[in-house]
Ligand binder design. Sequence first.
Ligand code: GAP
Length: 447
Amino acid sequence: MSQSNSQIDIDKLTSLCKRRGFIFQSSEIYGGLASTWDYGPLGVELKRNVKDSWWKAMVWERDDMVGLDAAILMHPDTWRASGHLENFTDPLVECSDCNKRFREDHIDSIVCPECGGKLSDPRLFHLMFKTHMGPVEEDASIVYFRPETAQGIFVNFSNVVTSTRKKLPFGIAQVGKSFRNEITTGNFIFRTREFEMMEIEYFVMPGEDEAIHQQWMEDCMDWYSVIGIKTENLRLRKHEDKELSHYAKATYDIEYNFPWGWGEIQGIANRTDFDLKAHMAMSGEKLTYFDEISGQHVVPYVIEPSLGVDRAVMTLLVDAYTEEETTTPSGKNETRVLLKLDPSIAPVKVAVLPLSRNEKLAPLAKSVYDEVRRSSLVGGNVQFDDAQSIGRRYRRQDEIGTPLCVTVDFDSLDDDCVTIRERDSMKQKRVSITTLTQEISTLLNGD
Ligand code: GAP
């Protein structure tokens, strides 16, 4: 039996993530810090695979994209110019009985959703974290933790154009941390105050923006198929006028069907020339592009595909989580929990498992392990596991989403063959050690 998304229990998923080393509550030994999470040994591999896949699809496989890695702390005028100091707020309401605070646009009722008490009138709550730069804590030394990576791209527009001589249309991609003092957080890593973003600012000639906006929606949707997200769990939703950010002419969200309902995983906005013009006005610097065809300096329009790495990880975990009723070799019914992650995203690509810890098997098992993990044909993280029964080890690898297990048994000592077991089908195949890495490559990459 495999369940629909609405049946997936987020507490079970959170507990699997902790138990297997994907995601831990941050500062847990001190009681934790609300809605902050640390990525453990498997989580860090999963997250790295997501970012690598995105970079490959969005930068390396295109000739109209370059990368950037700007600083988190920026000159405070950046946020004055971008409008964030004035506009980056959410409406906050507070219960007069239990004092709980809510984002007004996230609740349906006019009374407190927790205790039914009276809610205050909404007030605008500012979402940027601030700190002081240097030894003196005065207003003049205030700097902000960036709430989006985008502004680092806009302020470097001329640097990139001059150094790369890119022609319109072209884009700049960036992956990095952002911070928002969200009023309400929750649903595990879905909404947090510190998160990582993968953003593109794609610069186009004014007038070409609408067609290119449509194209980016297709390109972004395609990437979710590349990482194995089920298409039927995705949809595009156009923002209503009242939802649009202060800089956007039109925005579409890619939404995923989470256990609690449809939720945004990516925004694709038409930011027009708002940001470049605003930074020109504030800085007095020229952020224009010289169009050789018309002989004119133009301020490009910007299409912005922007998503959270943590939301992509959350989406992958929910989409991959599966419970299946199976029968063990001894005839016992049991529930098999597995993460049906695409091999390109799975944190462990292959696990090498000697049938037992018998000392006769150990040297061959270790040499198979060394060969597999060093092979460029496998190209990913490989684990060795000889603890507990083989059945339990298969279950552990299923639970962390390992696509292939390679079992070294006593016959291997004579026939130089090992068994490859596939995660989803549990099918087993005997292959020669000499062709093992090629077989693995074919199974993982389909080539
Ligand atoms: N520069 C555009 C921008 O910041 P956004 O819709 O506010 O747009 C883009 O954010 C994406 O960043 C969202 O679609 C989501 O994936 C992610 N994101 C935003 N706030 C987040 C939060 N508090 N926790 C985790 N991810 C978040």
